[in-house]
Write a protein that binds this ligand. Structure first.
Ligand code: GLU
Ligand code: ZN
Length: 316
């Protein structure tokens, strides 16, 4: 059998949202997902499904940064903003199977349910006001679509994360019927990420532990859509001295683009943060040599089993 006919064993991906330039926290996720997919393919996906939050020109800048840091992606970059048809198709499948229903509750109506329990995200659990809807009933205008978490009859979703260990969640108790498609026409992250990972044949998800609590929702969606579950590895999230996740809001510094020596320091720090114990002598090497070391020595089992870790002060 020629090499081209061999089945692709590993498909990893990095899926930044184009809301700002990449920072140290993004580099950590990029490096880990890249090295873990070394034997197979590594895909780059622009998660601009939340159009109001996406900043124009940012996806291009992020790609420029990744390129400068020596990342090479397989296949063409996909943009979620161009894949609405796929999300609509999946939503239709879920609606027809009875897994999704339209919700016309307004924000103030939802806020009025002060007795509703608070879920894992800190938001109140949806009280199920519109859940009586059945396929075939009239579809109200300007409705959001919610996922019926009780529809699958799986009270508890569990999986073994390759870094964080066993994670279990009761969706009805901890999350409630979550939104798949918003009334303003935007597909939500939860649906888009599942549709894309399935469509792109992603076999392993390596990303920040801020998304660990989203994974059971994604497992339920994969199950409802009849897809293959990838493996999951959730990395500790880099937090600053104040304990905040790095983001545009916390003024995280953009990754330096210009000088190779600065990029080498940033990559070295990412490897260090990921527990790979890069020797100090690598600091003086070229970026290409640093990558060779990283590919040879990478071991996901060295990554700390923690949801958050302080980042080196240089990178703040
Ligand atoms: N777009 C998400 C982010 O930037 C990552 C989504 C994922 O990896 O599933 O945080
Ligand atoms: Zn409702």
């Amino acid at each position: 059998m020629s090499e081209a006919l061999l089945p692709i064993s590993v498909v990893g991906r990095f899926a930044p949202s184009p809301t700002g330039p990449l920072h140290f926290g993004s580099l950590v996720a990029a490096v880990a997902s890249y090295l873990e997919a070394c034997a197979g393919q590594w895909l780059l996906r622009v998660e601009d499904v939340d159009r109001p939050r996406s900043v124009s020109g940012m996806a291009g800048l992020q790609q420029e940064i990744l390129h400068a840091y020596g990342f090479v992606w397989d296949r063409e970059v996909v943009l979620q903003s161009e894949r609405e048809h796929l999300y609509q198709k999946a939503l239709k499948t879920l609606i027809e199977a009875g897994y999704a229903y339209p919700c016309t509750c307004t924000r103030s109506q939802l806020a009025g349910h002060t007795d509703a329990r608070v879920g894992i995200d800190g938001a109140r659990i949806y009280p199920g006001t519109c859940s009586h809807w059945q396929p075939g009933d009239a579809v109200p205008e300007n409705a959001a679509w919610r996922f019926r978490v009780g529809g699958l009859d799986v009270p508890e979703w569990s999986f073994t994360d390759r870094i964080q260990g066993v994670v279990s969640q009761q969706l009805a108790r901890d999350v409630g019927d979550f939104v798949l498609h918003r009334a303003d026409g935007c597909t939500t992250y939860q649906l888009a990420v599942v549709v894309d990972d399935l469509a792109q044949g992603v076999t392993q998800v390596v990303r920040g532990a801020d998304l660990l609590d989203s994974t059971p929702r994604q497992l339920a969606l994969i199950s409802a859509l009849g897809g293959q579950v990838p493996s999951y590895a959730h990395l500790p999230v880099a937090v600053n001295n104040a304990g905040e996740k790095l983001s545009k809001q916390t003024m995280a510094q953009a990754l330096p683009l210009g000088m190779e020596s600065e990029r080498v320091v940033a990559l070295w720090s990412a490897l260090d943060f990921l527990g790979q114990e890069p020797p100090a002598s690598l600091y003086k090497l070229s970026q290409a040599k640093l990558w060779i070391w990283a590919k040879t020595h990478w071991s996901i089992s060295k990554v700390a089993k923690a949801r958050r870790c302080f980042l080196p002060s240089k990178a703040q």
